[in-house]
Ligand binder design. Structure first.
Ligand code: ADP
Length: 861
């Protein structure tokens, strides 16, 4: 500032000196003009007084301080005074011929209009020369001395020089003040942009203020700020001075060569006149239509980053943009860079904070809706976060839980120790099962998972954990164990039962054979015992097989009520003789669902048998109540009795295989475990409820399933054999079985009845015998090694179709759906193994009586 003041002072001092020097010269020139011929100066003349006054005024001005000298009023006064004195001088010098005043005024005119001093002086020379020429030619010179005439020339020169200097100075002054004005305007613009950027961080508003000001500053038709995507070659208008609505519009930089160039060079592109710019050839027409003649593109840079473009279009072809305008715009563009950057940073910060808030809300939402307890603690174990799920689990309000020590939630000292270890050593807790205290009831079984939380640099700052109620999981796990137990048991049992079947058939068969012959009463009794025991064994084996059954059930769309009614019909007699009254509360609107008739009937039989036995042994009578209903989208079946009930400690065991409280020989302990398996297979649940002395209730529920693709069918026709008929004619029988004892039994039993019995130990032998001999009846075992009964049957059907209608199958597993389907399709009879001899005899007799056996074979017994 001091330097600038110094410069100003020096400038002012030199301007004053020049001015005073010129004035002295003007005074001198005027004095010369007025000097009488021969320079005989009279001191008291008007001319002398005039010159002295002129000189004195200059002395006075010399004494005046330079700073005051250039005040506008004084300046004006001096010019008026000077003109007055010079005019007086001119007037007194004698206006002969009027040439001198003309030359004088011509010089004044030159000074007023002249562009610079040399030109003014050149003009003055011409005027002076012309004046001399005219004066000499007119011959006025005669009245004037040559010296006086020549002395007028410096006067004319000085007038031109002095006034020319004044005019040039005034012009310079005017330019300077115009520049000052411009600078002030620029500064004001910058100030306004700066205050706009500090008053708002809204990028749009900031940019709009900037474009408005710049457009005004350079008088542009349109000023826009664009963001540029340098890679994609696209620009987006952020703000435009003439139309706020175009903000957001995307421009393809391919159509804007000036923008492309600025993008490539990062340098301003200034086109003063598009009509002379080859780059704009293609766009010229369109731009001229809009009235745009001059274009300026200024990159807005922050360091080396191109933040955007300042894009100006104006309508001034003649002048284009001045360098001051370009500079001003560059200054504003630079100032805008900061503003744009700040606003962008603010916008980014807002986006980040918005996304942080969204993340926090999401997290809170998870905490609020997660069914388990999610908590966090500090490093002292104090709870710092406690989710809503925890309120329900622990019966503890969040506000009460916060600040509590997490270890206090647990009843088990080991759990507390584990938590301490987590805080001490960072060892996480995984699937740890324990109990938590519950404010509104007994402790709850839960599973805990917890881990240490660390900050970015790995320093621990707390723990996070999830506590999950696992009462349901435990129950499910118990069921799973039960199911696994059953499955393993089933595997074993099925093998054993199959192995038992054949020897049992021998025992049963031979005891029956013996019973037919004559014997002593003691022997008779013993044989009866053997036969009864074998029958019991057979029942057990059948139960075992049913229990072990691992083939898929045959579910159809059936009503449960119908199965209940049919089962009660079957049991009607037994229930009546045991004095059991039956109360049915069957929901008439019960929906149908997918059920396996036989299996569900078996469940019902098992449960009803248990109830009936319990009531009979308790009071010798009772009431059996069977209820069906729908609840929670499932079908519910409840079978209640008023027997002795089931003691609490046994309730958990009654579904175990082989669990029975019945006397030896009466119970197998398989009824309920078989039922359990069947119900589970139907997607259902079975449970028992009982109060001692008040009976027991077995509840079964199954899901309501729609029909699917399997058609609902009528109840399956009862399977079995025709009743034994009387003795018929002698038949020729071929028995095929891999078990020798069965073959022997059949030979013994049916040979005695007068039939001819042939045997084959396998399919191949059977085929050989059929080929050679002729048979009325074929007894085929279904399960044989190498070729089984089915394949043998198929071969027979192809080769001897008539004989294939004389087949009776024997199978240990006639309950298997595959077996059932095969037998149904074959159209043949089937007897269960081990069989009672009468059953087999009945089957043979009924087949023999059906049609003439001779049709099927060539020979006969
Ligand atoms: P089992 O009938 O051969 O004993 P179950 O599996 O059917 O085998 O039954 C297991 C045990 O459950 C029975 O021995 C009996 O103690 C008990 N139980 C089942 N139903 C009842 C009932 N309605 N009342 C009392 N006890 C029952």
């Amino acid at each position: 500032v001091r330097l600038r003041r110094g410069i100003h002072a020096t400038e002012r001092a030199s301007a004053k000196t020049i001015r005073l020097a010129l004035r002295w010269m003007l005074i001198l020139a005027t004095a010369c003009l007025l000097a009488p011929p021969g320079f005989q100066i009279r001191l008291q003349s008007f001319e002398t007084a005039l010159i002295v006054a002129f000189a004195l005024s200059n002395v006075a001005l010399t004494l005046l301080p330079a700073a005051h000298f250039r005040s506008r009023n004084l300046e004006f006064l001096i010019v008026i005074g000077d003109t007055f004195l010079v005019s007086l001088g001119l007037f007194r010098s004698g206006l002969e011929g009027g040439d001198l005043p003309i030359a004088f005024f011509l010089n004044l005119l030159l000074a007023a209009l002249g562009r610079d001093l040399p030109r003014i002086m050149a003009g003055a020379t011409l005027v002076s020369g012309f004046y001399l020429y005219l004066t000499r030619r007119q011959g006025d010179a005669g009245s004037l001395e040559l010296t006086s005439l020549l002395l007028r020339i410096p006067f004319l020169y000085m007038v031109a020089l002095y006034y020319g200097h004044l005019v040039i100075q005034a012009r310079l002054e005017q330019d300077r003040s115009r520049q000052m004005e411009r600078k002030t305007y620029e500064l004001r613009t910058l100030h306004e942009i700066a205050s706009a950027t500090t008053s708002t961080l809204d990028l749009k508003e900031v940019l709009y203020v900037i474009v408005q000001h710049i457009a005004r500053l350079v008088n542009a038709l349109r000023c826009s700020i664009l963001t540029v995507d340098e890679r994609g070659g696209r620009c987006t208008i952020l703000a435009s001075s003439d139309d706020p609505a175009v903000a957001g519009l995307t421009l393809d930089s391919a159509k804007y060569p000036e923008i492309r160039r600025a993008m490539e060079t990062h340098q301003p592109v200034v086109i003063d006149d598009i009509s002379r710019e080859p780059m704009m050839d293609q766009m010229r027409g369109a731009l001229e239509k809009l009235g745009f003649q001059s274009i300026m593109v200024l990159p807005i840079l922050f360091r080396d980053d191109l933040l955007g473009m300042l894009f100006l279009r104006a309508a001034r072809s003649a002048k284009g943009f001045t360098s001051e305008e370009v500079t001003a715009c560059r200054i504003v563009a630079n100032a805008s860079a900061n503003a744009i950057r700040n606003a962008k940073l603010f916008e980014q910060a807002q986006t980040v904070s918005r996304s942080h808030k969204e993340a926090a809300d999401k997290l809170q939402n998870i905490l609020d809706h997660f069914p388990d307890l999610i908590y966090t603690t500090d490093l002292e174990g104090r709870i710092t976060e406690f989710s809503r799920g925890g309120e329900a689990l622990l019966g503890l309000r969040r506000s009460a839980a916060l600040g509590k020590n997490c270890a206090d939630l647990y009843t088990d000292p080991e759990a507390r120790e584990r938590l301490r270890r987590l805080l001490r050593e960072g060892r996480p807790l995984q699937s740890f099962e324990t109990d938590v205290r519950c404010a509104d009831g007994p402790p709850r079984q839960v599973m805990v998972a917890a881990a240490l939380m660390r900050d970015e640099s790995g320093v621990p700052y707390g723990t996070v954990g999830i506590i999950k109620d696992i009462a349901d999981v435990r129950a499910a796990r118990k069921h799973l164990v039960q199911a696994e137990k059953l499955s393993a048991m089933g595997e074993l049992v099925s093998g054993v039962a199959h192995e038992l079947n054949n020897p049992l058939a021998g025992v049963l068969g031979y005891s029956q054979l013996l019973m037919r012959g004559p014997m002593e009463p003691r022997q008779q009794k013993a044989i009866d015992r053997i036969f009864e025991s074998a029958l019991r064994c057979q029942k057990i084996v059948q139960n075992l097989l049913a229990f072990a059954r691992r083939y898929p059930s045959e579910k159809r769309h059936l009503g449960l009520n119908g199965i209940v009614e049919k089962t009660l019909d079957l049991k009607e007699y037994q229930l009546r003789v045991n004095n059991v009254k039956v109360v049915k509360r069957l929901d008439p609107d019960l929906p149908k669902t997918m059920l396996d008739f036989n299996q569900i009937q078996q469940v019902l039989l098992n449960v009803i048998n248990n109830a009936q036995q319990a009531m009979a042994s308790h009071r010798g009578q009772g009431t059996l109540t069977i209820t069906t209903s729908t609840r929670d989208g499932r079908i519910l079946l409840e079978i209640s009795d008023d027997g002795p009930g089931i003691p609490g400690d046994l309730l958990g065991k009654i579904f175990d295989p082989f669990f029975t409280t019945k006397p030896v020989g009466e119970g197998t302990g398989l009824g309920l475990s078989v039922s359990y398996g069947i119900v589970k297979d139907h997607g259902g649940r079975i449970s028992a409820d009982s109060a001692i002395g008040q009976g027991a209730t077995i509840s079964i529920d199954v899901p309501i399933l729609s029909e699917g693709s399997i058609p609902a069918i009528a109840d399956p026709a009862p399977r079995g054999t025709t009743p034994a008929g009387g003795k018929g004619r002698a038949l020729s029988i071929l028995a095929v079985d891999d078990e020798a004892v069965i073959l022997d039994l059949i030979v013994d039993a049916f040979g005695r009845d007068g039939h001819r019995v042939d045997t084959a130990a396998g399919a191949r032998e059977a085929l050989e015998k059929i080929e050679k001999g002729s048979y009325d009846i074929l007894l085929l075992d279904l399960k044989m090694p190498e070729m089984d009964g089915r394949d043998l049957f198929q071969t027979i059907r192809t080769r001897w179709p008539a004989l294939s209608r004389r087949v009776i199958f024997a199978s240990g597993d006639t309950l298997h759906p595959d077996t059932q389907r095969f037998i149904e399709q074959s159209g043949c009879r089937c007897v269960d193994k081990p069989f009672k001899l009468e059953v087999l005899a009945g089957a043979i007799a009924s087949l023999a009586g059906e049609s003439d056996p001779l049709e099927a074979s060539a020979g006969g017994a």
